[in-house]
Design a protein around this ligand. Structure first.
Ligand code: TMP
Ligand code: ASP
Length: 239
């Protein structure tokens, strides 16, 4: 397998073509952005840590029969994945109030929700990834109602599996964002990454934030928090 031209560069990752038209290489960067890239910085070792963390989580989910784009980790910064068309909807799941939902609803952070809350955001940087609803998604042609049903169902199962995994790590999965993609044969699969960049993860005993909020809110010890997640993950998965 050969690494070809860069196809795309995002805020935290680059995507390269390979000599196989159905496979691409994802490279994780140390760059960090927040608030639609109004805040920019670098987090030491973030690329390596997110590559390692996302690899372990995708392998765990694949073992539980979740369809994903993941093929294998190549080195400390790169993964080989199936080429997919990313569905331009960010699937956000919230188990506790936090972040933009706490702000929007005028409630404090950390209230456990009696129901699983699903938000969808339209993936469009120029608009700041606005919160939309199912009808807007269909209007935009991002997905059909049937596809949305399938996407919510998959997202819900992933949430249950992740709650369980993080619980064993003594961590509360407050909320997270995933992206889904369509493979060449039309299958909807989990794509992108799952890491402390895309989840809110709080230590159960101390409630310490072990995720990107440390960068967003200038709380310090960002690399240490990501390392803590990686170490607990390895331990619970016997890796
Ligand atoms: P929010 O509270 O800012 O809407 O974020 C909800 C979850 O989604 C949180 O775990 C962080 C994650 N997220 C991303 O992964 N990427 C993003 O661009 C945003 C806004 C949130
Ligand atoms: N990744 C998003 C951005 O830059 C937002 C975030 O994670 O807070 O801009």
């Amino acid at each position: 397998m050969e690494k070809g031209q860069m196809l795309y560069e995002g805020k935290a990752k680059q995507v390269f073509e390979t000599n196989n038209p159905n496979e691409v290489i994802v490279r994780y960067k140390d760059d960090a952005t927040a608030f639609n890239a109004q805040k920019k910085g670098q987090v030491d070792k973030k690329g390596e840590l997110n590559n390692a963390i996302s690899t372990l989580i995708f392998e765990y989910l694949q073992e539980k029969e979740i369809p994903t784009h993941f093929i294998k980790q190549l080195d400390d910064r790169e993964q080989l994945v199936k080429k997919v068309n990313i569905i331009p909807l960010e699937m956000v799941v919230r188990n506790y109030s936090a972040g933009s939902m706490a702000q929007r609803l005028g409630v404090e952070e950390g209230i456990k929700s009696p129901v699983t809350i699903f938000d969808i955001c339209y993936k469009k940087d120029e608009l700041g990834d606005p919160l939309i609803n199912d009808h807007h998604a269909v209007f935009l042609g991002a997905a059909t109602y049937d596809e949305l049903d399938e996407m919510y169902e998959l997202t819900d199962v992933i949430n249950e599996l992740l709650i369980d995994l993080f619980d064993k790590m003594n961590i509360i999965l407050v909320d997270f964002k995933i992206e889904l993609g369509k493979t060449a044969d039309g299958e909807i699969v989990l794509a992108d990454e799952i890491s402390p960049d895309t989840c809110r993860l709080w230590d159960k005993d101390t409630m310490k934030k072990l995720d990107k909020d440390r960068f967003r809110r200038d709380l310090g010890e960002v690399t240490e928090a990501y390392e803590e997640i990686y170490n607990r993950l390895k331990k619970v998965l016997n890796k």
